[in-house]
Design a protein around this ligand. Structure first.
Ligand SMILES: C[S@@+](CC[C@H](N)C(=O)[O-])C[C@H]1O[C@@H](n2cnc3c(N)ncnc32)[C@H](O)[C@@H]1O
Length: 303
């Protein structure tokens, strides 16, 4: 457990090196990750409190690794290949929800006027713009956001904060053609199956959810030895399960995963397209959670 957190914070202590060695040995023996056997409520509560402190951090207290200002070009690099084209196909009455938007910079970039002096191929194209909703637990709006929202008017861009995705009634949010999540709820939630079910309930049929998840067992099985995983899944019998194979058990969706084995952490870029309304996401139970950015989590599939 300590070892996972140390890696999250990027420290290079002797403890971390020893933990990495233990992980390598454990993996070489085919024993999987080193986690406690039973979920412990008091330990989980302590970690949830620490996570809240990260969300609430301001100014110099914001941990360096807790990045909240990625722009649209970062989203283009971090999300599945099709994301920019799909954004470009949206019309002015369509809707895009960015869950875990931080400062909402990607939406500001999407609405930024073209640079006439140096025209560039912008993610999402230069045509009509969809209405966009940024969602964040904590309010990280900047002056730039306030100015842009006021100048666009008509609720073209909205910023929702003060609660998590699960705390919104469906009517408060409406439906979306595109939902994104870049190091947002998908990487941070302690209830992953409920989170995915809620996301899919907000998607129109034919719409897509674009996200990524770092530090996972890859679908293409090309992760290297010695990785400290951040999100681990196991089936009801305790055997390792890949995030993508779990997602593919969901009904009424098409799941595409792009495995990035050469990134610093093995990362899966995920596109979930909703194809009909009868969505059912196999339930996961949280077994372990360690606060971080993103946190380390272990889930088990419910029988
Ligand atoms: C590390 S920041 C990422 C911000 C932005 N996407 C970026 O890449 O710069 C994490 C964001 O996810 C939000 N978040 C985490 N869990 C969430 C949830 N369940 N519902 C809504 N927002 C969530 C946080 O409040 C924060 O805005």
């Amino acid at each position: 457990m300590r070892s996972v957190k140390s890696s999250v914070k990027g420290s290079k202590t002797a403890g971390t090196r020893l933990a990495v060695l233990i992980v390598i040995v454990v993996q070489a023996l085919g024993l999987g990750a080193v986690w406690p056997q039973e979920p412990s409520e008091p330990r989980l509560d302590k970690e949830f409190d620490k996570q809240e402190k990260i969300y609430r951090s301001r100014g110099a207290d914001v941990p360096r690794g807790y990045v909240t200002g990625r722009g649209l070009s970062d989203y283009a690099e971090l999300l599945p290949t099709d994301f920019c084209n799909a954004l470009g196909r949206l019309g002015s009455s369509d809707r895009w929800l960015d869950i875990g938007a931080g400062s909402g910079q990607s939406i500001l970039d999407y609405y930024a006027p073209e640079d006439a002096a140096a025209p560039a191929e912008k993610c999402g194209g230069s045509g009509a713009k969809a209405r966009a909703v940024a969602m964040s637990i904590e309010d990280r709006r900047t002056d730039k956001w306030q100015q842009q929202a006021a100048s666009l008017g008509d609720d073209r861009i909205r910023y929702l904060s003060g609660k998590r995705l699960r705390d919104y009634a469906p009517v408060e949010l409406g439906k979306f053609q595109i939902i994104t999540d870049v190091f947002g709820g998908f990487s941070y939630t302690e209830d992953l199956s409920r989170f995915v079910a809620r996301v899919l309930s907000l998607l129109e049929v034919g719409g897509s959810f674009y996200t990524l998840v770092p530090g996972v067992h890859l679908e293409n099985a090309k992760d290297k030895l010695g990785i400290l995983y951040l999100t681990e899944l196991e089936d009801a019998a305790g055997r390792p399960e890949r995030v993508c194979s779990w997602l593919k058990k969901t009904t009424c969706v098409q799941v595409t995963c792009e495995s990035k084995s050469d990134w610093k952490r093995p990362t899966e870029l995920i596109n979930i397209r909703k194809v009909c309304n009868d969505v059912s996401v196999p339930r996961l139970k949280l077994w372990e959670f360690e606060a971080g950015y993103p946190p380390a989590r272990r889930f088990q599939l419910e029988p």
